[in-house]
Ligand binder design. Structure first.
Ligand code: NAI
Ligand code: MG
Length: 504
C-alpha cells in the first residue's frame, strides 16, 4: 500500500472544469440552464478529502413538474417527433462526439465527484459512455415492425408499428455517473422518447456538465433532454409518481426499486429496473490461476467494489483455494489507494461518508460472525477521505450477512468447495435473492457452458469479469431487476407496439 503518491502525478483540473464548478452547475430544463425554483442547493464533496468542491441546485417536486411538462410538450407538439430516424440518429451520435471531445474534462469530474481513479475514468467510464451513444445512434434507423397474416375469414393487410413510449423519467446512481447517464439517455433518444434524467445527489457533476454542453454544442430541440438532480425521497419520488411520465427507468438499490414500482402503480407507467447484485465467481481446480488471480482482483476492487456486478462471493475449489486467495491477497495489498485525481492511484475512496459507514459495518458484521480478515478491513490513517483498503474475508459460510447481502464496497468473501457436482455448485451460486452476474474460471469448455446454463443471472463471464460493451445486454434475474440495458433490448425498453389491421 503506497500512500505517498508523488505529487508529480496529481492532476490539475482543466480550466473549463474549474470555470464550470466556480460558475455553479445548473439544471437543463426546456432547453435552458436554470436554477432550482426554491433556490435550494446541495453541497458536493470530493470523497478523497471530504471538502466541498461545488454547490448544485436541488430539485423539488415543482422543478420535476417543470421538466416533465417540457418533455411532454417536446414529445407531443415539438419538432422532435417529426424528425426522420436518420436525423435523430445523427443527434445521438453527435452527443457521443461531444462527450469524446470533452473526455478528459469528464474523466476529471468523475474522479473529483465519485472518487474513482482518473486512470479508470479515462480507460473505462468515458469510452463506455461515448461508445454507448455511437452504438445506440445506429438503432434509430433500424427500428421496424413486421407484416402479419391474420387467419380470420377475409383478406387483410396487417402490420405492427414500433413507437416511442413517450416521456421517460430516468433515475441513476452514483457509481458510474456519466456512464449510467449514457446507458439511459442514448437508447431512449434513439427510440424517439423525450427524457427527464435525475442524476444521483452524491455525483451530479458530470450529468450537469453534459447539460451545459448540450446547450452549447448539441442541436436537440428544447425539452427533449432535461437534466436535474435532487434527493431520492423528494425529486426522485416526484418523478416516479408523476402522472405525465410514461415510463421510469431506474438504476439503484433493490429497496428503492420496489418503491419505484409502487409509485409507478398510480398511472401504470412502464418500469425497467437495474438493481442490486451478489455475483459469485467460481474457480474450478483446472482454472488458469495466472488469469483468475488478476481477474478476481479486478472483479472485486474495480471502482472500489461499488459495482452491482462486482465479484462479491468467491467459491474456489479446495485444491487451489489457498493459492488463489494468497494471489488475490498479494495483488490487493499492492493496490495503490489514494485520491482519484492522481494518475498513480489504483483505488480511490468510497463515494460518501454514508457508504463508508455502511461498508465498514459489513466488515464488522463479518468479524462478529467469525470471518477472518485476510487483508484490509481498515481505512487510511491521516486522511479525512472515505477510504477503505481492499478487503478479503475468509472462513465464511452461507448463513453470514456478508455472504447474503450486497456490500457495495471493496470487500470480497471467499469460501472453498469440495464437491464439483455442477448442479450442487450452481445451487450454491443461485442461493441469493439476486441474479445480476456471475463468473466462472475453468479451462474445460463443457463445464464453463454447463455452468452458464445453470446460473440464474443476466450476465455470465467465462475466464473474465467486468467486460462491458454496448452490444451486450445487461440486467438481472430475480430481484436484480426488470428489463435489459444495452444491445437491441435497450431499444425495446423504450418502444410500444401497435397492431394495425385493414380489411381489404
Ligand atoms: P439508492 O437506490 O437510494 O439511490 C439510487 C438513485 O435513486 C439515486 O438517484 C437516488 O436519489 C434515487 N432514489 C433514492 N430514493 C428514491 C425514491 N424513494 N424514489 C425515487 N428515487 C429514489 O442507493 P443509495 O442509497 O445511494 O445506495 C444504497 C445501496 O444501494 C448501495 O449500498 C448498494 O447496495 C445499492 N446500489 C446499487 C446500485 C446499482 O448499480 N445496482 C447503485 C447504487 C446503489
Ligand atoms: Mg438510498
Amino acid at each position: 500500500m503506497n500512500l505517498h503518491v508523488p505529487s508529480s502525478t496529481a492532476v490539475a483540473l482543466d480550466p473549463a472544469i474549474q470555470k464550470f464548478l466556480d460558475a455553479g452547475p445548473k439544471f437543463l430544463i426546456d432547453g435552458k440552464l436554470v436554477q432550482a425554483q426554491a433556490g435550494a442547493t446541495i453541497d458536493i464533496r470530493n470523497p478523497a478529502t471530504a471538502q466541498v468542491v461545488a454547490k448544485v441546485p436541488e430539485a423539488r417536486a415543482e422543478d420535476i413538474d417543470l421538466a416533465v411538462k417540457a418533455a411532454r410538450r417536446a414529445f407531443d407538439q415539438g419538432p422532435w417527433s417529426r424528425l426522420t430516424p436518420a436525423e435523430r440518429g445523427k443527434l445521438v451520435y453527435k452527443l457521443g462526439e461531444i462527450i469524446e471531445r470533452h473526455a478528459e474534462e469528464f474523466a476529471q469530474l468523475e474522479a473529483l465527484d465519485n472518487g474513482k481513479p482518473i486512470s479508470e475514468s479515462r480507460a473505462a467510464d468515458l469510452p463506455i459512455a461515448y461508445n454507448t451513444f455511437y452504438y445506440m445512434a445506429g438503432w434509430a434507423t433500424k427500428i421496424a415492425g413486421a407484416t402479419l397474416s391474420p387467419s380470420n375469414a377475409g383478406e387483410y393487410h396487417a402490420y405492427t408499428l414500433r413507437e416511442p413510449i413517450g416521456v421517460v423519467g430516468q433515475i441513476i446512481p452514483w457509481n458510474f455517473p456519466l456512464m449510467m447517464a449514457a446507458w439511459k439517455l442514448a437508447p431512449a433518444l434513439a427510440a424517439g422518447c423525450t427524457v427527464v434524467l435525475k442524476a444521483a445527489e452524491d455525483t451530479p457533476l458530470s450529468a450537469l456538465r453534459l447539460a451545459q454542453l448540450i446547450v452549447d454544442e448539441a442541436d436537440f430541440p428544447a425539452g427533449v433532454i432535461n437534466i436535474v438532480t435532487g434527493y431520492g425521497e423528494t425529486a426522485g419520488a416526484a418523478l416516479a409518481a408523476h402522472p405525465q411520465v410514461d415510463k421510469i427507468a431506474f438504476t439503484g438499490s433493490t429497496e428503492v426499486g420496489k418503491l419505484i414500482v409502487k409509485a409507478a402503480a398510480g398511472s401504470l407507467k412502464r418500469v425497467t429496473l437495474e438493481l442490486g447484485g451478489k455475483a459469485p465467481t467460481i474457480v474450478f481446480p483446472d482454472a488458469d490461476l495466472d488469469r483468475a488471480i488478476p481477474g478476481v482482483t479486478l472483479g472485486s476492487f474495480f471502482a472500489q467494489g461499488q459495482v452491482c456486478v462486482a465479484t462479491t462471493r468467491i467459491y474456489a475449489h479446495k485444491s487451489i483455494f489457498d493459492k488463489l486467495i494468497e494471489g488475490v491477497r498479494d495483488a490487493a495489498s499492492k493496490i495503490r489507494v489514494g485520491p482519484g485525481l492522481d494518475t498513480a492511484t489504483q483505488m480511490g475512496p468510497l463515494v460518501s461518508a454514508t457508504q463508508l459507514k455502511r461498508v465498514s459495518g459489513y466488515v464488522q458484521s463479518g468479524r462478529d460472525e467469525g470471518a477472518h480478515v485476510q487483508v484490509g478491513g481498515e481505512g487510511l490513517t491521516g486522511s479525512d477521505g472515505y477510504f477503505l483498503k481492499p478487503t478479503i474475508l475468509t472462513n465464511a459460510n452461507p448463513a453470514m450477512k456478508v455472504v447474503r447481502e450486497e456490500i457495495f464496497g471493496p470487500v470480497v468473501v471467499a469460501q472453498a468447495f469440495d464437491d464439483t457436482a455442477l448442479d450442487k455448485l450452481a445451487a450454491e451460486a443461485n442461493d441469493t435473492e439476486y441474479g445480476l452476474a456471475a463468473s466462472v474460471w475453468t479451462q474445460n469448455a463443457s463445464i464453463a457452458h454447463k455452468m452458464a446454463k445453470r446460473i440464474k443471472a443476466g450476465t455470465i463471464w467465462i475466464n473474465c469479469h467486468h467486460v462491458f460493451d454496448p452490444v451486450l445486454p445487461f440486467g438481472g434475474y430475480k430481484q436484480s431487476g426488470w428489463g435489459r440495458e444495452n444491445g437491441a433490448e435497450a431499444i425495446e425498453n423504450y418502444l410500444e407496439t401497435k397492431a394495425v389491421t385493414m380489411a381489404l
